[in-house]
Design a protein around this ligand. Structure first.
Ligand code: ATP
Ligand code: MG
Length: 328
């Protein structure tokens, strides 16, 4: 039996290059060596989108298409929908008995997301989403979690919850490890924050060639560089960080041309836009095939969710046995 891998995304919008570099690429690479579960996190999306649930339903199939387009193979990976696995909600409740409110309040990702969203007070569901994430991981008995850097506090929280469960009841879960990619945090086009669905600073995976070219044109570069021959500072340039993420073989050349003022930002942007288009081209081809067959995408989600539900039921039997709440 292969070890299990779980990864997932909130269904709050289409996926972008940050998801690809931070997590999706690893999921695709590891499909043969792990039993992979891919979670379409619609419940977790509601922690910030409960007033607009239509955004979640409108994006469910978009995200599924993004997965299939970037090479997640449904014969190797189980794609499943969070809200259709009630056992996750059940396990969240059990875990919540021994997670302190303070540990959630002090979680640095919760703090920064709450600040970014201007939350003056925190709702219970939002504050508690790391507990529900721990349940996602535990229900699948996942050992490896490919994530971006912002998720590290949540994986640590999960490990603590699992250790506490083991102390209190019985050792039934593996202790999961985060897997951080070579690009733990891809910057957004604005150069201010991580590329994110909500910040209008993303290059979406379903972008056309022209959309990629246009978006790269607006990417923030070294502000001190006015003329083409001014020496640049690649270490503070968003476009250079895209070379590091998507074209590492060109970074040395670009670094020296930029610092010596031999290449202008315009040409530098043109080259990386091309490289990104090379990366996206096979995704466009796969997306084309699946978009002509919407029914097949639904069937993949239904079959994956059924499979995940079987796994979840088995785990919950063990949880109830461990907690001595299996009565009949
Ligand atoms: P939202 O604003 O809805 O939270 P998001 O863009 O942060 O959207 P998530 O669904 O929260 O996306 O994240 C899914 C996964 O993708 C996580 O593992 C996260 O760390 C990773 N990820 C998202 N954005 C980036 C990024 N810019 N760089 C690296 N990893 C990222
Ligand atoms: Mg997020």
């Amino acid at each position: 039996m292969k070890p299990k891998l779980l990864s997932g995304d909130r269904i709050t919008g289409k996926l972008h290059l940050g998801h690809y570099a931070g997590s999706l690429k690893k999921r695709v690479e590891l499909q043969h060596s792990y039993d992979c579960y891919v979670l379409l996190a619609d419940v977790q999306a509601l922690t910030t989108h409960y007033e607009n649930p239509e955004i979640v339903s409108e994006n469910l199939r978009n995200v599924a298409m993004d997965y299939l387009a970037c090479g997640i193979d449904p014969s190797l990976s189980t794609l499943f929908i969070q809200s259709m696995i009630p056992e996750i909600a059940e396990l969240t409740v059990y875990f919540s008995m021994f997670v302190t409110v303070n540990s959630l309040r002090h979680n640095p990702t919760i703090k920064s997301e709450a600040a970014e969203r201007g939350y003056k007070q925190m709702y219970y569901g939002f504050l508690g989403y790391p507990v529900s994430q721990a349940a996602d991981i535990a229900i699948c008995k996942a050992e490896l979690i490919p994530v971006g850097e912002d998720q590290l506090p949540h994986i640590e929280q999960t490990r603590k919850i699992i250790r506490r469960f083991h102390q209190l009841y019985a050792p039934i879960f593996p202790e999961p490890q985060a897997l951080i990619s070579e690009t733990p945090r891809l910057m957004g086009l604005d150069g201010n924050s991580k590329m994110s669905k909500g910040l209008n600073n993303a290059i979406l995976l379903d972008s056309t060639r022209d959309e990629v070219n246009d978006n790269i044109q607006r990417a923030k570069t070294d502000p001190a560089r006015i003329q083409k021959h001014d020496p640049g500072h690649p270490e503070i340039c968003t476009v250079f960080s895209y070379y590091q993420a998507f074209s590492p073989e060109l970074t040395n050349e670009i670094y020296s041309s930029c610092t010596q003022g031999k290449i202008g930002c315009k040409d530098c942007k043109k080259t990386i836009a091309n490289q990104i288009n090379v990366l996206l081209e096979p995704m466009r081809e796969r997306r084309d095939i699946y978009s002509r067959n919407a029914k097949q995408v639904d069937e993949i989600l239904i079959a994956g969710t059924e499979h995940a539900r079987t796994t979840a039921k088995e785990t919950m039997q063990e949880v109830r046995d461990a907690m001595k709440i299996n009565y009949f």
